[in-house]
Structure formats: C-alpha cells, structure tokens
Design a binder for this molecule. Structure first.
Ligand code: ZN
Length: 148
C-alpha cells in the first residue's frame, strides 16, 4: 500500500468504555471504530489497553470482509494484533477467546500464516497504520516508550 492509499482511509471513531484490569487494578480502556475508503466500510476495529501499563501491550482487533446489510458473519474475518511499545504490531495467532466473543460478528479467523506474504497484508497494515496514527483517542499509546 502506498502512502496515498493509506491517507485515503477514513477513520470513524465509535464507542469508548472503561473497566478495571484484573491483575493490577489500573483502568482498562476499550475503543471501537470503523475504517472506510470513503465510500465503503472496510473494517470495524477494537482497541483494548490498560492505562499506565505499556508492558501489558495493547490489542487491536479488525473485522474485515463484507459489511453490506445482507452479509453475514460468514462473510467477515477477524484479525487480532498485539502492540507493544517499540516493537510494532504482531499478528496474534492465539485467538481462541476472541472466537467465543465474536462469533456473531464474524466466523472466520485469520492468523499469521494466512496473512504474511498475501496481498491482504498490505491492506491490513494500511488500516492498522491509519487507526494507530489517526484515532484521536490513542494519544496514550502513541506516547508509550519502549523499555530503556
Ligand atoms: Zn494489569
């Protein structure tokens, strides 16, 4: 994906909710939104992280595929990426929990082997980049520093 293509993606911010991290009691933040190319929706996305705990990492979930009204969960795919400061994004292959949580939205799950080297990889990382750099609610993540 060229820079121009990435810039043509639109981010629409949706819900934000908070909770409490089981392990440390810090606030957890869950965000959702949509990526589109200006005409058609490309993906719904969800970001989850624990405030003040960069070492927990952040989880970015994308649901891509067909979002037309007549489309069903069978027409959509889930990709989960883990983000740690200084280490970029890694595709999470351990999506067992997500499968249970997201069955109503999408019934297909892609892991690293499905994505790396495919045409879809460029498209996916264009969307990841657009969300990471442009969702106005991710200032904390953008300011996370890698461990010295
Ligand atoms: Zn914690």
């Amino acid at each position: 994906m060229t820079d121009t293509q990435a810039q043509n993606l639109h981010i629409e911010e949706d819900a934000r909710s908070t909770g409490t991290c089981d392990c440390c009691g810090h606030e957890t933040v869950s965000l959702s939104g949509f990526v589109s190319d200006g005409a058609a929706p490309l993906a719904a996305y969800f970001v989850a992280y624990t405030s003040g705990q960069p070492d927990h990492g952040a989880e970015f979930t994308f649901i891509t595929g067909d979002w037309a009204n007549e489309a069903t969960a069978k027409d959509r795919y889930v990709i989960v990426l883990l983000h740690f400061p200084g280490r970029g994004f890694m595709i999470d292959s351990d999506v067992a929990t997500k499968k249970a949580n997201m069955r109503e939205l999408a019934s297909n799950f892609l892991d690293r082997d499905d994505i790396v080297g495919s045409d879809f990889a460029d498209k996916l990382f264009g969307m990841v980049d657009a969300v990471y750099t442009r969702d106005s609610r991710l200032d904390e993540l953008r300011n996370w520093k890698p461990d010295a």
